[in-house]
Design a protein around this ligand. Sequence first.
Ligand SMILES: Nc1ncnc2c1ncn2[C@@H]1O[C@H](COP(=O)(O)OP(=O)(O)OP(=O)(O)O)[C@@H](O)[C@H]1O
Ligand SMILES: [Mg+2]
Length: 250
Amino acid sequence: MKLQVKNICKTFTNQKQEKKVLDNISFNVEEGEFVTLLGPSGCGKTTMLSIIAGFEKNDSGVVELDGEVVNGANPDRAFVFQNYALFPWMSVKNNILFPMKQQKIPKDEESKRLEHLLQISKLKGYEDLYPHQISGGMKQRTALVRALAGKPKVLLMDEPLGALDLIMRRSLQSEIGNICREEKVTVIMVTHDVDEAVYLSDKVILMSTNKGEIVHELMNELPRPRDRYCEKYKDYCEMLIKKISERGAI
Ligand SMILES: Nc1ncnc2c1ncn2[C@@H]1O[C@H](COP(=O)(O)OP(=O)(O)OP(=O)(O)O)[C@@H](O)[C@H]1O
Ligand SMILES: [Mg+2]
């Protein structure tokens, strides 16, 4: 087991009103697994991911990484934000090099890794441009390989494709899948898109609104690359949509 989320509870207090966002959430993530947290707006996906990242504190329960309780933020859990969060004053290359410089990786290894990451993200030839000079998809690919640059144990992504149009989104879904498999990284991704969850995941964890609980866990057994037009793919999507509407989650 790579990562274990055990009995996590979280309540926010806003203007003296208490809101229980996560109620005893538990799930496991295996080494190399691609897991998505799927659920409608406001169900606590970002809160759950932020607790795993160590950005937010939980009220009770623990998160364990390689059997050790996680305490605060650490580069072993890299985070990709919805709005890219690139450094605008740095070129694509320097954005990707940033985590490696922090980790003081030897120079020759650093340039080899940079080359590899530019290749797999199809950013070769664009490395000297600045974030304002590249497209949304290229920004997202830069953010993804920057997060991978420091070889994190777990990659956390919060709606990484939320800002993109459908065509760009589909093409990046396929690239994200390829890049993560190439890097053999363990991934937890947040999305509210049923198709995206089925397309990318080994395991889909469905969360419900207002109850702060897990409604269903789906193990996706379809071979990769995934074929959106096969019957089983459609069945998975239909089943998840049905579960969501049964629970009145959307
Ligand atoms: N810092 C905070 N203080 C108070 N309430 C918060 C805070 N962060 C989140 N919440 C509340 O917790 C609930 C869950 O928020 P969260 O951002 O985790 O949802 P989400 O599933 O990521 O939604 P979305 O899909 O819209 O991003 C919401 O009702 C939100 O208002
Ligand atoms: Mg969110």
